[in-house]
Design a protein around this ligand. Structure first.
Ligand SMILES: [Zn+2]
Length: 243
């Protein structure tokens, strides 16, 4: 039977400390600006391995590397919203999940897969402006996305264009069942759209409403709560990473 949760697929600190090659990657202080961009492609593939995603979804390393390279090519070379920022966000997402033992009770493998991919591509093709600028200037992007989460909608669309049109005929979603693909697509898009700060405060309101009237039992999370938790996690990853 296929796994639906991370379970013991995740290697814990005790396992990983024996693997000296990963010691940098599992460190919060990892700095993507200190390594060659090519190395980041391999590091991203390694994050998918360490979270059990590679095995669970039968991902080929060359396909992941190719995906990461294509995403990197579409990041613009602006000062902040560059590929290293995308990688760094994915790394923060990875290490938060990797180090939190209870998170596997709330996130399925498909959620973790979607969040890591969404993190890597969440600012792809960022022009270095903001939504307000795009809307006020009536830019092509603002018109295309009807003044609604303009840049976030663009990042999600460009990311998915890369996923579907990855060169070499193989894509990172080839092995997903139709159900998983639907979940994966929905989650990545929703996660990226949630990086628009206009959604942040409604999440905070929902979080505030959970306690004390609806305390959360980590051992018996409802489906609705799991979904909410998924996007709350992603928002936290982004905010703590200084999105
Ligand atoms: Zn960002």
């Amino acid at each position: 039977m296929k796994r639906t949760t991370l379970g013991p697929q995740i290697k814990r600190d005790s396992d990983i400390y024996c693997e000296s090659d990963d010691s940098d990657l599992i460190n919060w202080a990892f700095d993507p600006f200190l390594v060659d961009q090519q190395v980041l492609y391999f590091n991203f593939a390694r994050m998918l391995e360490l979270t059990g995603i590679t095995n669970r979804f039968d991902l080929k390393q060359e396909v992941v590397l190719n995906f990461a390279k294509n995403i990197a090519r579409k990041y613009q070379t602006n000062t902040y919203h560059n590929f290293q920022h995308g990688f760094s966000t994915a790394h923060f997402c990875f290490i938060s999940i990797y180090r939190c033992h209870d998170i596997e009770k709330c996130l399925r493998s498909i959620d973790v897969f979607a969040l890591l991919i969404a993190a890597l591509m969440h600012d792809v093709d960022h022009p270095g402006t903001n939504n307000n600028y795009e809307i006020q200037k009536k830019t092509e992007l603002a018109i295309r996305y009807n003044d609604t989460s303009v840049l976030e909608a663009h990042h999600a669309a460009v990311g998915w264009d890369i996923i579907y049109n990855q060169s070499g005929n193989n894509t990172i979603v080839d092995q997903l069942s139709i159900e998983d693909l639907n979940t994966f697509r929905k989650t990545t898009i929703r996660a990226i759209l949630h990086t628009d700060m206009v959604h942040h405060f409604s999440l905070i309101d929902q979080l505030s409403g959970l306690s004390p009237n609806a305390p959360f039992d980590v051992n018996k999370p409802s489906g609705k709560f799991k979904k909410f938790f998924c996007f709350s996690c992603f928002s936290c990853f982004f905010l703590f990473h200084i999105h």
